[in-house]
Design a binder for this molecule. Structure first.
Ligand SMILES: Cc1cc2nc3c(=O)[nH]c(=O)nc-3n(C[C@H](O)[C@H](O)[C@H](O)COP(=O)(O)O)c2cc1C
Length: 250
């Protein structure tokens, strides 16, 4: 018997007969950007300035998922700014569309970036939301939620030791507006592109990155204050300085 995943794959297939001519209702287009009125404060990010140029081919060769971090070594705000730019930085504009470093189906950009910042220089510990259109952070929630987040990530303790955890949600209506049920395929593809950018940028900065797909959805959604239906967690990633003696090469 087909499971829900098999049915999903079947029912979201494009077929020549099902695709037809599509008319988009521009008046109903969901907002492209999200802000939180209740944010505690707004933190402008420093200009992203990658210090060195890296050889892309070498980065691809060296990239690994790295899970052991030097828990005493915080990340600088400058490095965080480079990582955020690499994942969702705005690189060009066309009308209201702000193109990013990572591709997105239909240039609809349904992915939002949240951070749990445990040890970032000049940032209080807590949960933040990144706004690519302003290149800043909204400070959403004070305090160290690493025990709850680690538990939600099935006890994977890299969340507890990483200076920062990226949390990517999808605002599904942004993509559904055009793609309807097929949007559920595209959000995961979008998130994959973003995550690979983080892996490569982390590698370029000499940092360790590990993506996380194994987590309990509901507690993560609750931590981020999202409803789990219109907006929900898709993917996470920890970042930190690799601990001395962990398996970083080069
Ligand atoms: C969709 C996805 C989900 C993943 N989830 C986890 C995870 O929950 N925990 C973890 O330790 N690694 C996770 N990883 C990392 C993989 O284990 C890793 O990519 C794989 O072992 C290959 O190693 P490499 O990334 O070093 O090449 C995930 C990777 C992907 C692409």
């Amino acid at each position: 018997m087909d499971g829900v995943g098999d049915r999903f794959q079947k029912e979201t297939k494009y077929r020549p007969r099902s695709i037809g001519v599509q008319r988009l209702n521009w008046e109903a287009k969901p907002a492209s950007f999200k802000s939180h009125e209740e944010a505690l404060s707004i933190i402008p990010l420093p200009e992203p300035e990658p210090k060195q140029t890296n050889d892309l081919w070498q980065l691809l060769q060296d990239r690994r998922s790295r899970r052991t971090y030097d828990r005493k070594r915080p990340l600088s705000l400058g490095a965080l700014s480079v990582l955020l730019w690499a994942t969702q930085g705005v690189t060009a504009g066309h009308g209201e569309t702000l193109f990013r470093t990572a591709p997105s189906a239909g240039a609809l950009y349904p992915i939002e970036t949240y951070l749990f910042a445990r040890a970032i220089e000049d940032l209080e510990t807590g949960i933040y939301h990144f706004r690519p259109e302003h290149f800043d952070l909204e400070y959403l929630c004070r305090g160290d939620c690493s025990p709850e987040l680690t538990l939600a990530a099935l006890g994977q303790n890299m969340v507890e030791t990483a200076p920062v955890t990226f949390l990517w949600t999808a605002l599904i209506e942004r993509s559904k507006w055009k793609y309807e049920q097929r949007a559920y395929r595209y959000i995961y593809l979008d998130a994959g592109h973003i995550a690979e950018n983080l892996y490569l940028a982390g590698e370029a900065l000499g940092m360790g990155v590990c993506t996380i797909g194994a987590f309990f959805d509901d507690p993560v959604n609750a931590l981020l204050g999202v409803d789990g239906k219109k907006e929900f967690i898709l993917y996470m990633a920890t970042v930190g300085h690799p601990r001395k003696g962990s398996h970083r090469r080069g």
